[in-house]
Design a protein around this ligand. Structure first.
Ligand SMILES: *Cc1c(COP(=O)(O)O)cnc(C)c1O
Length: 496
């Protein structure tokens, strides 16, 4: 299995190189040359298997230059009962009628990012041993909240790695901030910046490609890699849970093998929903992939009109992990939908960085409409949805998941589609306790932990250990910097 760059398809690298480098030198993203195919017989073999076995089966198809023992090592260390609160890792629950919740937040940081970021450090260190012998991996992360914490937790004290996380000072929830500023580990740093997520992300990209910085790193036996979802090692583990969930639905008798499922994904950087698209292209019977956005609805407009335009106001919403105007993984989708037209992709994404917009051709627009449906909702609708499903189904969901539930309902109303539907639930409601409590009509206690206690009383849901123990952890990282000072922060962390 080889990987090509979306902006220059003659670039061809192995899985270990793709994961080690994170991004291709000319700015493209790595994609598999050809997706492995899974028919009903192949899926059937995984119906009675556990999550780990399913993960090994899927990863083996993609990681050609990993040995079986290496894949085993990665999977066993990532998905186990020390890290995940539920034995099934990804937990499926019936919500109502045709709709099911896929809870992907039972990992150590209570958000779906753990599904990939628990295994990425193992994929990356295994890759780096082969593809970058002896080098220390320096991982910079720009986060809108959940990635940062999940990456820190995944990489803390992992040998031969150093990590620095940048987050927008006012762009994350209280709980997310507390989780990051109390992070343990001798090889990690956390830095607040004055600006929004896109500022943090552009800052990181600039440092990644700064020639002087690259040379300094090389001189010191180090190299950059990425834990953001541009890294193939982030995306691949996400394909696993779509395949696993399909098998789980068959196993429980909710569907029969071959029956088509719709999927609704609360979307930001387009990583999660892209993994669903890849699973569909691999042969998993998935129907409509429903892309749910908050008020930052650049993707809704794009999927409907074919024009991507980031020149619009940026809103800070109650679903901060989806407050994104540049969805990097769209590049991988478009590469696939243009039948690997690297020149077109390079052209569109140059336009995006030069002018903030581009328009795809009708063929691509048509293919998008065939696979995807897109809609969005604002904070008020999100809150009303949290209340509605709490009252109707006794289900407490976080703000991101509520965006998906709302869009799922609007899709089903608009189309009358009665297919069984997987709604991807991406965070524990405790991570956004203030918004969830307000939505449920509660008067907010000022203290974060009193909020958690109140939500516990109302919902009856167990408080995740990670959040319950946060209170007693000392704050390690304080203050904030200008985004022009990001490079200095990296040099300081690395002692350069
Ligand atoms: C990251 C995140 C999302 C968005 O996922 P993408 O893969 O970036 O589209 C949605 N919800 C939560 C809670 C997240 O942390």
């Amino acid at each position: 299995m080889f990987y090509n760059s979306t902006r220059q398809k003659t670039v061809s690298v192995t899985a270990t190189e793709a994961i080690t480098r994170g991004i291709s030198a000319e700015g493209g993203l790595f994609v598999p040359t050809k997706l492995p195919q899974w028919d009903a017989t192949a899926l059937q073999t995984l119906v009675d298997a556990d999550y780990q076995t399913r993960a090994i089966a899927v990863l083996t198809q993609f990681l050609g230059d990993f040995t079986a023992a290496e894949i085993d090592h990665c999977v066993v260390n990532a998905y186990n009962d020390k890290k995940f609160a539920t034995a099934d890792i990804a937990q499926l629950k019936h919500l109502h009628d045709q709709n099911y919740m896929l809870e992907l937040w039972h990992g150590p940081t209570c958000a779906f990012k753990d599904m990939a970021l628990q295994i990425l450090p193992y994929l990356l260190t295994t890759s780096a041993k082969k593809a970058a012998a002896g080098k220390k991996m320096v991982i910079l992360v720009a986060t809108s909240g959940d990635t940062g914490k999940a990456a820190l937790e995944g990489f803390k004290d992992v040998e031969d790695t150093q990590m620095l996380v940048f987050y927008p000072e006012d762009g994350v929830s209280n709980m997310q901030k507390r989780q990051m500023v109390t992070q343990e580990g001798s090889n990690v740093g956390v830095c607040a910046i004055k600006g929004n997520f896109d500022d943090a992300q552009s800052g990181v990209k600039q440092i990644f490609t700064d020639p002087a910085m690259l040379k300094t790193l090389a001189d010191n036996g180090m190299m950059f890699s990425s834990a953001n979802s541009i890294n193939w090692g982030r995306l691949l583990p996400q394909i696993v849970y779509y395949i696993s969930t399909y098998c789980e639905m068959v196993k429980t008798g909710a569907i029969t093998m071959g029956e088509v499922l719709n999927v609704v994904v609360p979307t930001g950087n387009f990583g999660n929903i892209l993994a669903a698209y890849y699973a569909k292209q691999m042969g998993v019977p998935l129907g409509k992939l429903i892309c749910a956005s908050n008020q930052n609805n650049v993707l809704t407009d794009f999927i409907r009109t074919g024009t991507y335009d980031r020149n619009r106001p940026f809103f800070t919403t109650t679903s901060p992990s989806m407050d994104i105007l540049i969805s990097s993984n769209l590049e991988r989708l478009l590469y696939d939908l243009t039948d690997c037209d690297d020149e077109k992709i390079a052209d569109w994404f140059t336009k995006l960085s030069d002018h903030g917009s581009y328009t795809v051709d009708d063929a691509v627009k048509g293919k998008m409409a065939e696979h995807f449906y897109a809609d969005c909702c604002d904070d008020q609708e999100t809150a009303a949805t949290i209340k509605a499903i709490f009252d109707r189904d006794g289900y407490t969901c976080d703000t991101h998941t509520a965006v998906a539930v709302q869009v799922c309902e609007s899709y089903q109303k608009a189309t009358g589609d009665t297919r069984k539907t997987i709604i991807v639930s991406t965070a524990s409601p405790y991570k956004f306790a203030d918004s969830v409590l307000s939505a449920l009509g509660q008067t907010l206690p000022a203290d974060d932990y009193e909020q958690v206690a109140l939500l516990h009383d109302i919902s009856g849901l167990a408080v995740p250990t990670e959040l319950a123990t946060l209170k007693d952890k000392p704050v390690r990282f304080t203050g904030s910097i200008d985004n022009k000072e990001m490079k200095q922060a990296v040099e300081d962390l690395l002692g350069l």
